[in-house]
Write a protein that binds this ligand. Structure first.
Ligand code: PLP
Length: 467
């Protein structure tokens, strides 16, 4: 018997010609406005600049501290360019620390936002909307055939998805609670995550519960064997010292905040084999790497699919999620949450995964690999030529680009970042000893011409620091 097709009210609405015409008209005016934000622009009016400073000052007073940059966006942009409320336009190469991979006011994403204007603004765990279901399904469709990840739980921050990861692992491994993490890792700033995050400044005045042991992350200065001896030696020492107490090993396969550090596949394989033997869960934090490397997941780029038990994603997805295998599915009550995201964000997240996986971004010949290679080539041209001695190391993995300017001290990095900002390019920093300029560029909308423009600004700024 043929099932009767049922159309919901929202489906009839979005397929109606009235809706389609209204949406097309709205997107047309949005696009026209967006197109006017078409390149770096400085504000020349003294009066407007003063007004802008006033409104920044108000924000600082209300927040209780100065912002890192004098940045307040107007809510519109185009491609890698974003307009600030003083009417100036910046080239955004840090994209909210990795959120806006498709730049600003992307027409296809604007269309999703318009379609997301339904009955509810935010969705939650108790009463999810269709957008929640579609996003979880779409992400799970791309975990890869060798992966054992089966479930996805939506959350509103990367930190919370790591909290959920920790809780489901501890429940499964109870009474073991301790975690192996890595030097220079970043996991967020909640009470539990600040203990995993390897930065004492982020836990000043906070308690430390002795639940985390930091293993040395891979160093390119040592051989593979030396690295493995160092990491696995400490791991064995700890496992022998606290038998039955360790529940998991957690790491970023490409460290973000830590300075875009990565290890070769063999290192991870040996590490994960040892972890498996010790009965540890393998928990990968892909909050910064998700979507940015030569595969949707960095574990796919490194061929580690079968090892991972729990993975967290966020940032460019516009939503955050904890992904886990059947084995780690928690008992009811352990995880929940009022909010899982706005309908528009969840809808846009689904579209972003579709665009990333259908538009030729991945693989050795994909758009990310090509733009990444071109960026690296242009930075090398600078460091070998006009900026010799002004650019030290470069670290590049897909859409994660970093380089050491001048001495690599924090003072020098901050000086360069402020000058870049004034010249129209927004970037940030990562690492330490040396510090690096960190770029998480909107490769989803960038061309080689944009990279040339960015490198032109970088060159000008570095040369201005010479004297
Ligand atoms: C690797 C990693 N883990 C966790 C987090 C925390 O995510 P959120 O800031 O969304 O809480 C971040 C954020 O920068 C991150 O880069």
């Amino acid at each position: 018997m043929q099932q009767e097709l049922h159309m919901t009210e929202i489906q009839s609405l979005v397929s109606s010609s009235e809706y389609k015409n209204a949406k097309a008209a709205l997107l047309k005016v949005l696009a026209a406005s967006s197109q006017r934000v078409s390149g770096i622009k400085h504000q020349s009016s003294q009066e407007i600049r003063e007004e802008y400073q006033k409104s920044l000052k108000e924000l600082s007073t209300n927040k209780g501290r100065e912002p890192y940059f004098p940045y307040l966006s107007s809510g519109i942009g185009s491609g890698p360019y974003v307009e600030l409320t003083d009417g100036s336009v910046k080239m955004d190469l840090i994209t909210g620390i990795g959120i806006n991979f498709f730049g600003h006011s992307h027409p296809e994403l604007m269309a999703e936002i318009v379609d997301g204007l339904g009955s509810d603004i935010m969705q939650g765990n108790l009463q999810p909307g269709i957008e929640s279901q579609e996003l979880i399904r779409t992400v799970l469709q791309h975990v890869g055939p060798k992966s054992r990840l089966k479930h996805g739980w939506l959350l509103c921050s990367g930190t919370m998805s790591n909290e959920v990861a920790l809780k489901i692992i501890r429940q499964k491994k109870s009474p073991a609670t301790k975690i192996f993490a890595f030097t220079d890792c970043f996991a967020g700033r909640s009470t539990a995550m600040q203990e995993i995050t390897d930065n004492p400044k982020y836990r000043e005045g906070q308690p430390v519960y002795g639940e985390v042991s930091h293993l040395q992350f891979y160093s390119p200065k040592l051989s593979l064997k030396e690295n493995l001896d160092r990491t696995l030696g400490k791991m064995k020492f700890e496992l022998d010292r606290y038998p039955g107490k360790y529940a998991a090993i957690m790491l970023e396969l490409v460290q973000g905040e830590g300075g875009f550090n990565v290890a070769p596949r063999e290192y991870y394989v040996e590490l994960f084999e040892a972890a498996k033997k010790a009965g540890l869960a393998i928990w990968i934090d892909e909050i910064q790497t998700f979507g940015r490397t030569e595969n949707l997941f960095a574990y796919q780029m490194l061929g580690l699919d079968e090892y991972v038990d729990v993975v967290t994603v966020g940032k460019l997805l516009q939503a955050c999620m904890t992904l886990y295998t059947n084995e780690y599915n928690p008992k009811p009550g352990l995880v929940s949450g009022t909010f899982s995201g706005s309908a528009a964000a969840l809808k846009t997240g689904r579209k972003i995964v579709e665009m990333l996986t259908q538009d030729g971004f991945y693989g050795k010949e994909g758009k990310i690999a090509k733009l990444s290679g071109y960026f690296g080539k242009q930075l090398k041209r600078l460091s070998d030529g006009s900026c010799k001695g002004l650019i030290g190391e470069t670290r590049i993995v897909g859409g994660m680009i970093a380089f050491t300017p001048l001495s690599g001290s924090m003072d020098d990095v901050k000086k360069v970042l402020m000058k870049l900002f004034d010249a129209g390019v927004v970037a940030f920093y990562c690492g330490h000893d040396p510090y690096l300029i960190r770029l998480l560029p909107p490769f989803g909308v960038m061309t080689e011409a944009h990279i040339d423009e960015a490198c032109g600004v970088i060159e000008k700024v570095l040369l201005s620091c010479k004297n």
